[in-house]
Design a protein around this ligand. Structure first.
Ligand code: DGL
Length: 270
């Protein structure tokens, strides 16, 4: 098999918060980022739809030469990862998600043993976080809250608006009112770290906010170290390419803002 870039996939801009950290931790590899901006949000969609969209995008990345794809989207990890891994993978190709690597070390972030999960409707309804956390840390109590309006705020670049402030404050209040002992909040949607400046204003100081990026980056580093047969299939010229299923100019503008550097994007027809 020929070497290829590592693929990073998300329904939109959210995966950039994961990619940023992966790129910092593993700068030598080649990467292709694909955002399915034309069909975002995935959060409220059915299992079947999220599976179909995710599979299409993952296979586009395989077609472009990626041998390893990271699904940098919790909703797609919750609803499509397992089925793709079990049913669809062509020989030699690998796909990883973001939920398990996030949950593995979560007990390090809580003293009370009570954790709040902020996620999309799809992720919350799948109960994936509860299930995975209970596997690793059976004594940890998990409280979940869906924030269906947060992804549209990011996709439409309405982060710094009074509406964003109002919506975020209200969602946080709802989750935190479930238990006074919650001392860690997981931003379990890759879009949410882009709302961090607002989120931080409404979270009490004793509550830790956990973003996934660093956890995923260190878990991928570890994975490549342990799986030399896969690592060998990843090319290393330090390049990045970006693709969007929607307007490439819009993507370039917003992605530069969210990724922290100027990037060039290409349109991919789905
Ligand atoms: N960024 C994705 C996640 O981590 C979902 C966004 C969406 O609803 O499409 O769940």
């Amino acid at each position: 098999m020929e070497q290829g870039p590592i693929g990073i996939f998300d329904s939109g801009y959210g995966g950039l918060t994961i990619f940023r950290e992966i790129k910092n931790a593993l700068p030598a590899y080649d990467y292709i980022y694909l955002g399915d901006n034309a069909r975002v949000p995935y959060g409220p969609r059915s299992f079947e739809t999220v599976y179909t969209y995710t599979k299409e995008c993952v296979f586009e990345l395989f077609e472009m030469g990626c041998n390893l794809v990271v699904i940098a989207c919790n909703t797609a990890s919750a609803k499509a990862l397992r089925t793709i891994q079990q049913r669809d993978l062509p020989p030699g190709k690998k796909v990883l998600g973001v939920i398990r690597p996030t949950t593995e070390t979560l007990n390090n972030f809580t003293q009370s043993g009570e954790i709040g999960i902020l996620a999309t409707l799809g992720t919350v309804r799948s109960d994936s976080y509860k299930i995975e956390i209970n596997k690793f840390h059976p004594h940890v109590q998990v409280y979940q809250h869906a924030c269906p309006l947060w992804v549209p705020l990011v996709e439409n670049n309405e982060i710094n608006t009074p509406e964003a402030e109002y919506i975020i404050a209200q969602d946080l209040r709802e989750l935190l009112s479930k238990s006074a002992n919650i001392d860690a909040l997981v931003l379990a949607c890759t879009h949410y770290p882009l709302l961090s400046p607002v989120i931080e204003r409404y979270v009490p100081n004793h509550v830790r906010i956990v973003a996934q990026g660093p956890l995923i980056a260190s878990s991928l580093t570890n994975y490549l170290y342990r799986h030399t047969e896969i690592e060998r299939l990843c090319s290393k010229n330090g390049t990045m390419r970006f693709f969007t299923t929607d307007n490439q100019r819009d993507f370039q503008e917003k992605a530069a803002l969210y990724f922290g550097e100027e990037i060039e994007a290409s349109y991919l027809k789905m």
